[in-house]
Design a protein around this ligand. Sequence first.
Ligand code: 0O2
Length: 213
Amino acid sequence: MGQWNRFLAPYKQAVDELKVKFKGMRSQFENGNTNSPIEFVTGRVKPLASIYDKTLEKGIPFEPSEQLAHQLQDIAGIRMMCQFVGDIETVVSLLRQRKDLRIVEEKDYISNEKQSGYRSYHVIVEYPVQTIDGEQLILAEIQIRTLAMNFWASIEHSLNYKYKGVFPEEIKNRLQRAAEAAFQLDEEMSQIRDEIQEAQAYFTEFKESPGTH
Ligand code: 0O2
């Protein structure tokens, strides 16, 4: 166990640091009185049980090793949730400009939706963590998605856990319909985006100085 803790420690550090940095991006938009393309940020280190499942799937040994660090790109995982589909590209552009990480791969499951109905934009980055033993490059997966995509993925993930990937036909159909509904919701919200953002800007301003309206 000690070995795993030592192996996972820099991943935890990467997740903690990236969360602070990305939450900081949101605050910067807010401080500049601009609508933030980032609604909220979460992060996690992949639980050992999920690492174990992935090693079985990929046919690699379940041990803390270079091979594992190289083959599992999402031991450190960050999620950035957006209100609108258009915000996702803005967030990806912001990531491309950063000097504190290097993008190694982008996976667009929005234009190329997965068979399951899963939609999200994944960016795999290499992030340098400073430790007492020097710098360590950590791979992290950043999933960028709308609130609707996140809702669908969370529900599907729980069901997937229950049914171990083999869904009864009815559930499978309903999930596909739900994915379509989430897509439609994103479309509708994008159509009235300006209206929504104007209202949100007004609301924020009102909260700050209620007496002036
Ligand atoms: P968890 O529990 O979230 O950690 P590859 O090696 O590139 O062939 P890999 O590594 O599976 O494939 O990468 P992929 O498909 O780009 O994305 C991996 C992660 O994306 C998953 O991690 C999920 O978080 C999410 N994801 C991908 N497909 C689906 C899907 O159909 N439904 C849901 N709900 N999430 C999905 P894990 O390790 O599977 O899960």
